[in-house]
Ligand binder design. Structure first.
Ligand SMILES: C[S@@+](CC[C@H](N)C(=O)[O-])C[C@H]1O[C@@H](n2cnc3c(N)ncnc32)[C@H](O)[C@@H]1O
Length: 278
């Protein structure tokens, strides 16, 4: 089946819809990207044509087509121990500091991966916290949220390929991964061990409009490699929304290439990608 072309007015409807729903800003002129992603969406969802899809969006701006559009146009690139310096910082500085404020004893020490994608960031944090907590008798939780239901389902299954797990140190692989079934192509799959999975909760959340009923107060929140897709105002809005759910003395981590125009309210920068809540 040949890829269908997308007319400029259709591209405009698509990028406006995804911006309204998730804050992700995509230029309508990125036609190669749009055609590739939208044609895959049409094939997977059985919708006949771009015209039909755009019509579905027009008639139900927050309906199933809109959700599928966000799934199709979001980028989920992630990896274990991505931007490793943050995980080293957790062990040497972040975790001792939040524990000194009572985290893990008065209440569970909570790590939040606020745009968790397939969960590599969440599970990396889990390995680091468990390694730190096991000799200290601390209670701890992991929370992963994302705007894509499809990616959250993947995160919940928590299985990864041989190539995905390469950045994980050997000792952690032995402790936190279980060998899963062998794939037809001969590649081994690995699943996150139940000791980590039992600490984790996954939920749908849009960073620009966090559900008011979401019961969550984090000690360390990861907000990494998602702000780059937002316009500057929405970057500040998303960071403020996350910051509001961080405990005093807790931390917000942003991606190393994502600088905020100003620190989120109530937070002080301690390094270019680490903010502390007063
Ligand atoms: C590139 S991944 C980053 C994953 C991980 N934080 C990391 O640094 O490896 C970006 C994720 O942000 C999610 N996302 C995009 N817009 C969002 C929004 N408005 N609210 C919540 N998640 C969003 C996407 O679905 C995607 O899974």
């Amino acid at each position: 089946m040949q890829n269908e072309r997308i007319a400029p007015d259709q591209a405009q409807v698509l990028v406006e819809a995804v911006f309204r729903l998730s804050g992700i800003s995509i230029a309508a002129t990125k036609t190669d990207f749009l055609e590739h992603r939208i044609n895959r969406l049409l094939r997977e969802s059985g919708v006949e044509s771009v015209t039909d899809f755009v019509e579905q969006l027009r008639t139900a701006p927050a309906g199933p087509a809109a959700l599928r559009l966000v799934e199709a146009l979001t980028t989920h690139t992630t990896s274990f121990f991505r931007e490793r310096a943050h995980f080293d910082w957790m062990t040497t500085t972040g975790l001792p500091s939040v524990v000194a404020e009572g985290a893990g004893r008065h209440q569970p020490l909570t790590i939040w991966s606020a745009a968790c994608s397939t969960g590599a960031e969440l599970w990396t944090a889990g390995m680091v916290v468990d390694t730190f907590a096991r000799t200290r008798n601390l209670r701890w939780d992991l929370v992963g949220t994302d705007v894509s239901q499809k990616i959250l389902r993947k995160a919940a299954v928590a299985t990864f390929d041989e190539d995905d797990i390469l950045p994980i140190p050997d000792e952690m692989r032995r402790r936190y991964l279980l060998r899963s079934r062998t794939l037809a192509v001969g590649k081994q799959r690995y699943r996150i061990a139940p000791e980590l999975r039992s600490h984790a909760r996954l939920a749908w959340a849009n960073l620009l409009d966090l559900p008011t009923g979401m019961a969550l107060t984090a000690d360390i929140a990861f907000l990494r490699n998602v702000l780059i897709y937002f316009e500057p105002d929405d970057q500040l809005r998303a960071a403020a929304n996350v910051a509001r759910r961080i405990r005093p003395g807790g931390y917000l981590l942003t991606g190393h290439s994502e600088s905020l125009a100003s620190p989120p309210p109530g937070m002080t920068p301690v390094s270019p990608s680490i903010y502390r809540k007063e």
